[in-house]
Design a protein around this ligand. Structure first.
Ligand SMILES: Nc1ncnc2c1ncn2[C@@H]1O[C@H](COP(=O)(O)OP(=O)(O)OP(=O)(O)O)[C@@H](O)[C@H]1O
Length: 249
């Protein structure tokens, strides 16, 4: 297996409480991998460790063969591993096009002077329009981001993330708070953007997980309970017990 992201013995203790315990995880290049589990299982902590928002107590994380255990999130983003939804800011008073343009400019690390120049403002339009098209927002190109529906705002966040051209995308509950229509559109979007990327997501919506994931890791009480495709993990008695026992929402 060609693992692009790998964790070994990943452990996080909070004042003696073990939230994530000796987790070994390997995310295959080009796959959609989901991290699921009942409430309090340690998914968010695990996700924060992998994206470097938290430092592990023990264990190592490698990305593309490189040890990133002690790296900062901004540095791993430069390596091509980007976390969406929580860090990608959408500016409500800017249009959809302007938002994606800002993301493109940020990626190039352009200077303030360049950003103010006329050429700087329009140079990235073609590329920005491609990203907007990719997330299905073409008809909203000139709409203020603040006026978009919740689901479309999140599509815009994905467009600004795509502007960074990540090889690996980490999605934190991409469907949270969405109505059925937005869930379906976002599922299609994730499938599309996964074509030449690796995706790791934490997601509560099991129908979405079943539909999208090549591989699922089930966590419970900080440990890996089961791993495999949806058909396999959903049949596991331990998984069924953990979900029922925890009163999953
Ligand atoms: N900063 C912290 N300090 C102390 N305990 C924490 C901290 N963060 C998380 N925990 C504990 O670690 C355990 C795992 O929490 P985590 O949020 O990772 O679970 P989760 O699987 O994401 O849950 P949910 O589905 O409810 O979001 C919980 O018991 C939680 O109370």
């Amino acid at each position: 297996m060609d693992a692009v992201l790998k964790a070994e013995g990943l452990t996080k203790e909070f004042k003696g409480f073990v939230a994530v315990n000796k987790v070994d995880l390997a995310v295959e290049r080009g796959s959609i991998h989901a991290l699921i589990g009942p409430n309090g299982a340690g998914k968010t902590t695990c996700f924060n460790l992998l994206t470097k928002f938290l430092q592990p107590t023990r264990g190592t994380i490698t990305y593309d063969g490189r040890d990133i255990t002690r790296m900062a999130p901004a540095d791993i983003a430069r390596l091509g591993m980007v976390r969406s939804f929580q860090i990608s800011a959408v500016f409500p008073d800017l249009s959809v096009l302007q938002n994606v343009r800002v993301a493109l400019q940020r990626k190039r690390g352009d200077s303030y002077d360049f950003w103010r120049s006329e050429r700087g403002l329009t140079q990235f339009d073609d590329e920005a329009r491609e990203h907007i098209d990719a997330v299905g927002l073409s008809e909203f190109t000139d709409t203020r981001a603040g006026e978009l529906s919740y689901g479309r705002k999140r599509a815009l966040e994905i467009a600004t993330t795509l502007a960074l051209d990540p090889a690996m995308l980490l999605l934190d509950e991409p469907m949270a708070g969405m109505g059925q229509e937005d869930v379906e559109r976002t599922s299609q979007l994730i499938k599309r953007i996964a074509k030449n990327r690796t995706i790791l997501m934490v997601e509560h919506n099991l129908k979405v997980v079943a539909d999208l994931s090549d591989k699922i890791t089930v966590l419970a009480r900080g440990e890996i309970l089961a791993e495999g495709d949806y058909a396999a993990v959903s049949k596991s008695p331990e998984v069924i017990d953990a979900y029922i026992g925890a009163g999953h929402d």
